[in-house]
Design a protein around this ligand. Structure first.
Ligand SMILES: [Zn+2]
Length: 214
């Protein structure tokens, strides 16, 4: 039985009690968790399990395997607290969703250019496209459209499209429905104020870099 991923039901939950379900050297699994593992370009959370720092986290099918420092001493059946860095989580929620809004808007307004990469950390998000010329030409559309979506503070619905396979989606009524297993805000307003920057990482590829403006 894979860990119950509480971050889907409530992405603002930053701690929970859990039971250790398996231990294999530094690798530990728990029955429920608030700590996201790198997936879909969204970085893992920083945090602690039973007071031990999470060194890394990875998905293994529906399971999340956390690597703790060697010699952590936890054993199956131990009751532990799982806690994450709340500030980092909120930044990840905002930057991840801003990147998704940018991707949707560019797709809609510019004939679905090929996305060749995306990455979201607590510092910045980036989305890379196959693109001729400067992608800064999209900013006269993107900046006001993003502002409009944020100011409208529209509800963001997040749910399973297939609970068995743990496939998730988010939807903003009248805007988009997108498959994604990341952590999403409850409303578009939570994205807040962001800045866009053009980066040219290589021939024929253009990057939109997103940072938080506050
Ligand atoms: Zn997402």
């Amino acid at each position: 039985m894979a860990a119950d991923k509480l971050f889907w039901e409530n992405p603002y939950l930053t701690r929970c009690e859990a039971t250790v379900t398996s231990v294999d050297g530094p690798a530990v699994t728990v029955d429920r968790t608030v700590a996201f593992a790198f997936s879909g370009g969204q970085a893992s959370d920083s945090g602690f399990i039973g007071g031990y720092e999470i060194v890394s986290a990875r998905t293994d099918g529906p399971e999340i395997v956390y690597t703790l420092p060697a010699g952590h001493g936890l054993v199956p059946g131990d009751i532990v607290t799982v806690e994450i860095d709340a500030r980092k989580r909120i930044r990840l929620i905002r930057l991840h969703f801003a990147a998704e809004l940018v991707l949707e808007l560019v797709t809609r307004f510019f004939g679905a250019p090929q996305k060749v990469g995306a990455n979201i950390t607590a510092e910045k998000a980036r989305v890379d496209f196959v693109w001729d010329g400067s992608i800064a030409s999209t900013f006269t559309m993107l900046e006001p459209e993003l502002r409009r979506l944020v100011e409208a503070d529209l509800p963001v619905e997040s749910d399973f499209s297939d609970a068995e396979a743990q496939r998730r989606f988010w939807r903003v009524e009248g805007f988009a429905q997108v498959p994604c297993g990341g952590t999403h805000p409850r409303t578009t307003g939570e994205v807040g104020s962001v800045r866009l920057k053009r980066v040219n990482p290589g021939a024929g590829v253009e990057r939109i870099e997103i940072t938080l403006a506050d």
